[in-house]
Design a protein around this ligand. Structure first.
Ligand code: NAD
Length: 494
């Protein structure tokens, strides 16, 4: 990563962004735009179209037409694969440009963004492109005079609603399998991180995706997201974001056409450190990275540290030391390890959680405050709060910021009870050299992902999905394909 290339890209003005509907860049039907504020310094970066419900309906109609005339689903698999592969190549060719644009929009440190955004998006698109001609139908075990066939068909029009923390990576988790299976898609990026995703969608057209197969509409969730959710013409809704919005989407589906709704929601993931961890110094460093990278704005962030009491004080001191050594600042500097908080609203919410934690008996060991205010940007020191009770707000509610709550435990049973003591079940970790204890943690801690002696970093070969109120579906791996196909039975009398 070359700082001078990054600096050259950041010096470029960002053009205004419009919707992408039916292969055309179009303004909102009422001409309205929204200012895009950069969390790096609070400046106005550019504008995007502020979509209307009518804009969303136009995008859905375009996707419906593209699906019905089979301009994409009807192409030979090898042809679809070629387009998706070219799209991945274009993303890679524009990787730095996409990453810098995304960082200017959402504040993720560039060292993480480059790998986790265009790098991961291109890898995901290639994964599903490679898979698309390896998905077979089935023949059932029927009586001899019957042929029972199970076809796998695209579901139709897929609506994808994306959050702000990793717009390209999470966008690709939805768009790639949906398109690979022959669906038409309408995507709605987050208000506070839309630019790189809009650019990535435009690259799909350049790669040869027919117009109308992938449409993108920017604007407020409560307007264009709601219009998508309530549409009678969207067959499946795939979502990553907060539980509150996920709940609304289920309601929209119930009030409209009962479209399928797949939710990837928040978490309060427990990171459990036993005294017999193989390397406590390493565990402390990884623990700090597992909560503080991207300023804690990672769905699987290890936001609850559960530590065996005998090592509590020393381990917390080691994590605090690692946190204090992390470089917080301008996310477009290559040395930065913790970038900006995505928005001023989010920063205020983070600080509010710290105040509440203190009021509820917590002790701030390090951090706890806004920093670098003179930049005009939204930065927060990595924050560790100890003495967090099992029923405290900091245990029970997702912050989605750089705030780690710490709770001590004495026994394995207590660790499991604490780990399972929230409504969430997204990710977790256990650190122990004892193989039996490790497997017990995998079995007994209720999460979609359990790390052992590490935190985070799972690749596209394995699913990511939550249990409980962390969601009801999975992104990544071949399992994600199930969301984008219908099973259709052909029962044939021979
Ligand atoms: P959010 O729910 O506020 O917004 C997500 C998306 O929903 C945005 O595009 C937004 O415009 C849209 N939206 C908002 N209101 C809507 C409405 N009424 N109807 C339709 N759409 C609407 O979430 P966020 O703040 O952008 O993202 C952070 C959340 O995402 C956290 O809870 C985080 O844990 C979660 N997340 C989960 C995963 C996962 O894989 N499980 C990954 C990343 C983030």
């Amino acid at each position: 990563m070359d700082q001078s290339q990054i600096d050259a890209l950041r010096a470029k003005p960002v053009p205004a962004f419009a919707h992408l509907i039916d292969g055309q860049h179009v303004a909102s039907s009422d001409g309205a735009t929204m200012d895009i504020i950069s969390p790096i310094d609070g400046s106005v970066l550019t504008t995007t179209a502020r979509g209307t419900a009518g804009d969303m309906h136009a995008a859905i109609a375009s996707a419906r037409a593209a699906f019905e005339d089979r301009r994409w689903a009807g192409q030979p698999p090898a042809a679809r694969k070629k387009v998706l592969m070219k799209w991945a190549d274009l993303i890679e060719a524009h990787a730095l440009e996409l990453a810098v644009l995304g960082v200017r929009d959402n504040g993720t440190e560039i060292s993480m963004a480059l790998k986790a955004e265009p790098g991961s998006a291109a890898a995901t698109i290639r994964y599903y492109a490679e898979a698309l001609d390896k998905i077979y139908g089935e023949i059932a075990a029927t009586p001899a005079e019957i042929l029972g066939m199970i076809h796998k068909e695209p579901v139709g029009v897929v609506g994808a609603i994306i959050p702000w923390n990793f717009p390209l990576m999470i966008g690709a988790w939805k768009l790639a399998p949906a398109l690979a299976m022959g669906n038409a898609v309408v995507v709605k990026p987050s208000e506070t991180a839309s630019l790189s995703l809009m650019r990535m969608c435009a690259l799909a057209l350049e790669a040869g995706l027919p117009p109308g197969v992938l449409n993108a509409v920017t604007g407020e969730g409560a307007v264009v997201g709601e219009a998508m959710g309530l549409s009678m013409d969207v067959d499946a809704l795939v979502f990553t974001g907060s539980g509150g919005t996920g709940r609304r989407l289920m309601d929209y589906a119930a009030r409209s056409n009962m479209k399928r709704v797949y939710l990837e929601l928040g978490g309060k993931s427990p990171n459990i450190v036993f005294a017999d961890a193989p390397d406590l110094a390493e565990a402390a460093k990884v623990t700090a990275g597992g909560i503080f990278r991207n300023a804690g704005q990672v769905c699987v962030a290890g936001s609850r540290l559960l530590v065996e009491r005998s090592i509590h004080d020393d381990f917390v001191a080691a994590v605090a030391k690692a946190a204090e050594a992390m470089h917080v600042g301008d996310p477009l500097r290559v040395e930065t390890q913790i970038g900006a908080v995505n928005s001023e609203t989010q920063l205020k919410a983070n600080l509010g959680f710290v105040d509440t934690a203190i009021a509820e008996g917590g002790t701030v060991v390090t951090g706890g405050a806004r920093i670098l205010q003179e930049t005009g940007g939204y930065y927060m020191a990595p924050t560790i709060v100890t003495d967090v009770a099992p029923d405290a707000t900091l245990t029970q509610k997702e912050v989605f910021g750089p705030v780690l709550g710490v709770t001590a435990f004495d026994t394995i049973e207590e660790a499991v009870a604490l780990a399972n003591g929230t409504v969430y079940g997204l990710a977790g970790a256990a650190w122990t050299a004892n193989l039996s204890k490790a497997h017990r943690m995998v079995r007994e801690v209720r999460t979609g992902v359990m790390h052992i002696n590490t935190y985070g970093g799972a690749d596209g070969t394995v699913p990511l999905g939550g249990v409980g109120q962390s969601g009801n579906g999975s992104d990544k791996s071949l399992h994600a394909i199930d969301k984008y196909i219908n099973l259709k039975t052909a029962w044939i009398k021979l």
